[in-house]
Write a new protein. Sequence first.
Length: 257
Amino acid sequence: MLGLDRSPSTSTQIVGDIGDETLLRRTLQGLDAVVHTAALHAPHVGVIDDPEFERVNVHATRLLAGIAAQSGITRFVFTSTTALYGAASTAHRSATWVDEQLEPHPLTIYHRTKLAAEAVLESHGALAVTALRMSRCFPEPVPIMAAYRLHRGVDARDVAEAHALALASASPGFRRYVISGATPFEREDVHELMRDAPSALRRRAPALVDAFERRGWPLPRSIDRVYSPALAMRELGWQPRYGFDEVLTSASPASSR
């Protein structure tokens, strides 16, 4: 296994740019799969120029896929994002049920380029491509992160497991999955989630409600979206293991405030 990144790290064996064709051709020789996580992200919006987003997120993805196919690689896993749903993931009268069938409406250059990269890979017939649209998994205040695990957040360890399963079950063509924490909510809950989230939480997630009440934390008043990982759970055999209880167990007292 080889890790390529332009920043040195413990998991990086080769330091270089994802757009360096010569480096990619040398690096991919002898490999049998690619996991493509390299990208400019939301924090770079407004800081890095749009053409650089296009170069890194779209053009380098096209280059990497082409060289992978030429090198005899057939399995390709692409780390995508639920952020690309953009305006489609929020509504005014009810929560939005976000799954693979929802049409994205990207808002930023980050959203647009991640969606464009998926399109590049979907049109690349020589590879077995799996795009994993992962939800939020960065550190946040504990009450927020715990509640998000029910409808728009995921643990990085579960994301890694989804990538491993995608590699192991690769099949010809292109497939995409929403990767987010297992949700207790159903489609029928979307109106209540928007107008009265505490009631929906008491019915669907009483353990979280009890944990919040013991700590004196307020429940979310409104929930505007639910990311559904049902397809990934069904087709990949993926089971997210690190839910809100893991967030509460692993949080330090200082981070829980």
